[in-house]
Ligand binder design. Structure first.
Ligand code: PLP
Length: 391
C-alpha cells in the first residue's frame, strides 16, 4: 500500500511533467544565463520564459517584475529587509501580523534588534483574521510597510488582502504579502488586488525545492540583500538556478490551467474529512475558519486531552504523514504561535494536527485515514491523565 501523504503545506511532490522539463537543463543545456555565448543565451531565454509564466499565474503586467530567489524565505527577507533599508529615512515602523510564518516574523525581529525598527504585530480574531480597524489604528506617520500573509500555512485562513492593500494605498504605505501557501491554490491578481510585493515558492505547488520568486511592482526600489553580480537586474546577485526556475515555470503553467478544478476537488474533500472527524471523534475543535475563507486543502484540528506529537508518531507508524503545524517549527516542543494567537490554551495548542491535502490525494486516502485515526485518538486518550480527569 502506498503511504498516505497529508502534508502538502510542508512540501509537495514534483509533478512528472515538471521534472521532464527540468532534466535537459542539468546535462545538455547547462549554460550560465549571464554568458554571452549560445548555451548561455539559451539558458537566459528559458529563464525569461519561466518569468513570464509566473507573471501570468499571479496576474503581473510585466515579467521584469518577477525576481527569482532561492525560495519563499529569501523572497520574504528581500521584500521586508529590502524595503526597510530603502525607506529607512522615511520611517522605521512596520506592521505585520502575529500569525505570519517565521520567515516574516524573524525578519521583522531582526530589523528590530539590529537596525532599530519598530514592528507592530497585529493580533488576529479566533479564526485567524486580521482586524482591519486595528490595522488602521496601528498606522503611524513613520509606517513604511505592511506585510500580511495571503493565507496562513497552519490554519488556512485567507486574509482580506484586497482591503489591506486599499488601506495601505490610502496611507501611501507599501504592501507586501507572503503568498507562499496561496499560489496555485487560489486565484491571485496582483494588479486587481493592488499588491506591491508578493512572495512565492515553487515547492508548494508541485515544483522543485530551493527556488521561489518575489513579485515587485514596477517603480518600487529595494536594497538588494545579496551583493555580487548583476543578475535579476541587480536586485538579487548570484547565478540563476536554471533547472529550478524552468521547473517553477512549468509548475506555474500547470497550476494556472488546473487550479480551479483542483480547488473544487480539494475543498470538497476537506469539508468531507472535517465532518467525518467531527462525527467519528469526540472533543475536537476546528482551528481556522470554515468554507470559502479557508485554503482548499487545509484541515487543522485540536484533539483535546492528548499531544499532537504522539498522534503524529502513531499516524507515522501507520504510514500516514501529517504535521503539527509549520514544518520549520517541528522538532521544537513549543506550541504553535498561530494556534495560541487564536486564543487557544497551551494545552489545546499542543493537541493540534494539520492535514494538508494536495495533488494526488484521493478518496482512498481519506478512507484509510478515517479507518485509522479514531482508534489512535481513543488509545492515546485512554493513557492520558487529562482525559481520565475529564471522565
Ligand atoms: N511562508 C510561508 C507561509 C510558508 O508556508 C513557507 C514554508 O513553509 C515559507 C514562507 C518559506 O518558504 P520556503 O520553504 O520556500 O523557504
Amino acid at each position: 500500500m502506498k503511504s498516505k501523504y497529508f502534508d502538502h503545506a510542508a512540501t509537495t511532490p514534483v509533478r512528472s511533467e515538471v521534472m521532464e522539463e527540468m532534466l535537459p537543463f542539468f546535462t545538455d543545456i547547462y549554460g550560465n544565463a549571464s554568458s554571452v555565448h549560445l548555451p548561455g543565451q539559451k539558458a537566459a531565454g528559458v529563464v525569461d520564459d519561466a518569468r513570464q509564466k509566473i507573471a501570468d499565474l499571479i496576474g503581473a503586467d510585466r515579467s521584469e517584475e518577477i525576481i527569482f530567489t532561492s525560495g519563499g524565505t529569501e523572497a520574504d527577507n528581500l521584500a521586508i529587509k529590502g524595503t526597510a533599508m530603502a525607506l529607512k529615512d522615511k520611517g522605521k515602523h512596520i506592521i505585520t501580523s502575529s500569525i505570519e510564518h517565521h520567515a516574516v516574523l524573524h525578519t521583522c525581529q531582526f530589523l528590530e534588534k539590529h537596525l532599530g525598527f519598530d514592528v507592530t504585530y497585529l493580533e488576529v480574531d479566533k479564526e485567524g483574521f486580521v482586524d482591519l480597524e486595528m490595522l488602521r489604528k496601528s498606522i503611524r506617520e513613520d509606517t513604511i510597510l505592511i506585510s500580511i500573509m495571503m493565507a496562513n500555512n497552519e490554519i488556512g485562513t485567507i486574509e482580506p488582502v484586497e482591503e489591506i492593500a486599499e488601506i495601505a494605498e490610502e496611507h501611501d504605505i507599501l504592501f507586501h504579502t507572503d503568498a507562499v501557501q496561496a499560489v496555485g491554490q487560489i486565484p491571485i491578481d496582483v494588479v486587481k488586488q493592488n499588491i506591491d510585493m508578493l512572495s512565492l515558492s515553487a515547492h508548494k505547488f508541485n515544483g522543485p525545492k530551493g527556488v521561489g520568486a518575489l513579485y515587485v511592482k514596477k517603480g518600487i526600489k529595494l536594497v538588494p540583500q545579496s551583493s555580487g553580480g548583476a543578475q535579476e537586474r541587480k536586485r538579487r546577485a548570484g547565478t540563476e538556478n536554471v533547472p529550478g526556475i524552468v521547473g517553477m515555470g512549468k509548475a506555474a503553467e500547470l497550476a494556472k490551467k488546473e487550479m480551479m478544478e483542483k480547488a473544487d476537488k480539494l475543498s470538497s474533500m476537506r469539508d468531507d474529512l472535517i465532518s467525518r472527524i467531527f462525527s467519528d471523534i469526540d472533543d475536537v475543535l476546528l482551528n481556522g475558519p470554515e468554507g470559502k475563507d479557508r485554503l482548499p486543502g487545509n484541515i487543522n484540528i485540536t484533539f483535546k486531552f492528548i499531544e499532537g506529537e504522539s498522534i503524529l508518531l502513531n499516524l507515522n507508524m501507520m504510514d500516514i504523514a501529517a504535521s503539527t503545524g509549520s514544518a520549520c517549527a517541528s522538532g521544537s516542543l513549543d506550541p504553535s504561535h498561530v494556534i495560541l494567537a487564536l486564543g487557544r490554551s497551551h494545552e489545546l495548542a499542543h493537541g493540534s494536527i494539520r492535514f494538508s491535502l494536495g495533488y494526488g490525494n484521493d478518496q482512498e486516502d481519506i478512507e484509510y485515514l478515517m479507518e485509522v485515526l479514531p482508534g489512535i485518538i481513543n488509545r492515546l486518550r485512554e493513557m492520558s491523565p487529562l482525559y481520565a480527569k475529564k471522565k
